[in-house]
Design a protein around this ligand. Structure first.
Ligand SMILES: NC(=O)c1ccc[n+]([C@@H]2O[C@H](COP(=O)([O-])OP(=O)(O)OC[C@H]3O[C@@H](n4cnc5c(N)ncnc54)[C@H](OP(=O)(O)O)[C@@H]3O)[C@@H](O)[C@H]2O)c1
Length: 237
């Protein structure tokens, strides 16, 4: 079931949140497999390290500034993506923020709004704007979390639940174009976000993100494992 060694030679893939963490690991793995990666973060300066690592693999690489909390930035980023690549064979919507944790009733409503903008509303807007670029038979990965809809996880839980619903809807709405829309939960991985959510945890006990990218590569390489995948269970069946 795994396609760990799959080639993605020449596939044009947009990766959001590529400056660090899981998105950076996905971008590097794509570069190793020959993809042309379009990397985004709020500031292209943040992307310099990932871009260098992708370039070291010989990958073609473009950098695009994107702040998912800003509709203007999303529109400008989509236009810039269209300028650098006429078509996308893959999209990995990975960027996200944790936002305020704890019971929703106690959370600051503006902070909830910001997290929802990044984790949900901005993602819908970005997908709408880049939809004309997405090729038939493309793979679209929505990076979700086991916290989707989970009490105590605040705006993050709401945003991820919305993202998963979006994935189910687009899977049907784009079925005629054979676009594989798959929500992938990386599970706990050693990143800034994980450390923010679980400050009590020893990061050494959490797997590095590169160990959880296989299902993303497989979906982009042509597999359709269904609407939702747990990366920690990938390849175990
Ligand atoms: N780490 C885990 O254990 C875990 C578990 C389950 C799911 N996930 C999911 O995996 C994905 C990546 O998480 P991570 O752990 O790698 O987090 P991370 O290390 O905090 O990285 C988050 C990425 O999102 C980008 N980002 C943040 N705010 C943004 C905004 N307003 N607009 C555009 N980009 C923005 C960041 O880039 P800049 O700040 O440089 O702009 C960064 O590249 C997230 O969707 C997360 O929910 C993570």
């Amino acid at each position: 079931m795994t396609l760990d060694g799959a080639t993605l030679d020449g596939a044009r893939v947009l990766v959001t949140g590529a400056s660090r963490g899981y998105g950076a690991a996905v971008a590097r793995a794509l570069a190793v497999r020959g993809a042309h990666v379009v990397l985004t973060a709020t500031d292209t300066g943040h992307l310099a390290r990932t871009a260098r690592q992708c370039a070291d693999e010989g990958a073609q690489c473009d950098l695009v500034t994107l702040d998912l909390a800003s509709p203007e930035s999303v529109d400008a980023a989509a236009a810039e993506v269209a300028r650098v690549v006429p078509r996308l064979e893959g999209v990995v919507l990975n960027a996200g923020v944790l936002g305020p944790m704890g019971p929703l009733a106690n959370a600051d409503v503006d902070a909830i709004g910001h997290a929802i903008d990044v984790d949900f509303t901005g993602q819908v807007r970005l997908l709408q704007r880049i939809a004309p670029l997405i090729a038939d038979h493309a793979g679209v990965v929505l990076v979700t979390s086991g916290a989707a809809g989970r009490p105590g996880y605040g705006a993050y839980a709401l945003g991820k639940a919305g993202l998963e619903a979006l994935g189910l809807m687009l899977r049907e709405e784009w079925a005629a174009r054979a676009i594989r829309v798959v929500a992938i939960n990386p599970g706990p991985v050693r990143t800034d976000m994980r450390a923010e959510a679980h400050p009590e945890e020893d990061p050494a006990t959490v797997p590095p993100p590169a160990e959880r990218v296989a299902p993303v590569l497989a979906v982009l390489a042509g597999e359709d494992p269904g609407p939702r995948v747990q990366a920690s269970e990938w390849g175990l069946a």
